[in-house]
Ligand binder design. Sequence first.
Ligand code: ASP
Length: 344
Amino acid sequence: MMWRILLCLTCVCTAYGAELPTVVIVATGGTIAEKVDPKTGGAVPALTGQDLIEAVPQLSKLAKIKMVNFSNIDSSQMTPAIWSKLSHIVDKELSDSSVVGAVVTHGTDTMAEGAFFLDLTLQSKKPVTFVGAMRDASDPSPDGPVNILNAVKLVTSPQAKSWGVTVALNQYINSARDVRKTNTTNVQTFDSGQRGYLGYIVGEKVLLYHTGRKVPKFHLPKALVKVALISTYAGDDGAFVRYAAAQGVKGIVIEGVGAGNVNSAVNTAIKDALQQGIHVVITSRVAHGGVFPVYGDEGGGKTLQREGVILGGDYTGPKARILLQLALSSGENEFKKLQSYFTY
Ligand code: ASP
């Protein structure tokens, strides 16, 4: 008899959400919250956070949702200063003991950088996942609703405790550290290359493939120093490096060729920047493999290392820029410590 009462109590509680975990959804904008403007034919911000969750009625069986409308912008307009505010708000929401995790809805164009910025600055250990959409809400089959549903499944799963900040679209789970956008229009756009997916969401299951890599943590700095990102190319005369150095930047990230090489003209401009006390990080414009000090000619990776350039490991240029900016803004200036942030 007793088990019947218990079972009934559980149903009643579940029905009224009494025992459902609380998840915060922080809406920032992006295609997931956009619709096509009939006047221009272009996708523009159109949905509030409430609209987003109303499109996913199944959420009510998974969690109690606390909605925070942070912004409603295309992520091409995002900045580290905005991500700094977002990180502070997400940490504040996670400090509520009843909240088990957070979902951030965000545009996909700069999602990899934004998720990485929060991975480096959130102090909470609770799971946070970034989610977006490749098809707007006017599309016959928008991918936003199912991505939000899967994101809530993810952050309420025990597996999520093994991961830092993640990016979850199209059922795949990527780490903020390794994720990159690889296709401009396809729903299967985020992957982590040779590092692989952290996991996969199928039905009610959240599958854990691996636990990913640790990243350094920084407290949110009061001000963010300027750090430039420059992609080099055949025939580059080093003018952009010189220009950046003249703009008062504290750091320059170079997307080099191959395993992290530049030509002699760029190497000369880098040496001048180093002379001015500017920290320089070399990454690669090649999709996978990262930077290695192999070549000893003028501008080769081995030569750059000898000259005091930081080797950027397998970080993409944009993520190396975020990492260097946070490290320098936190007052770190010592070469060895800065280099340690970029090791594999
Ligand atoms: N342009 C959009 C954005 O990044 C793309 C998307 O969300 O899929 O906000």
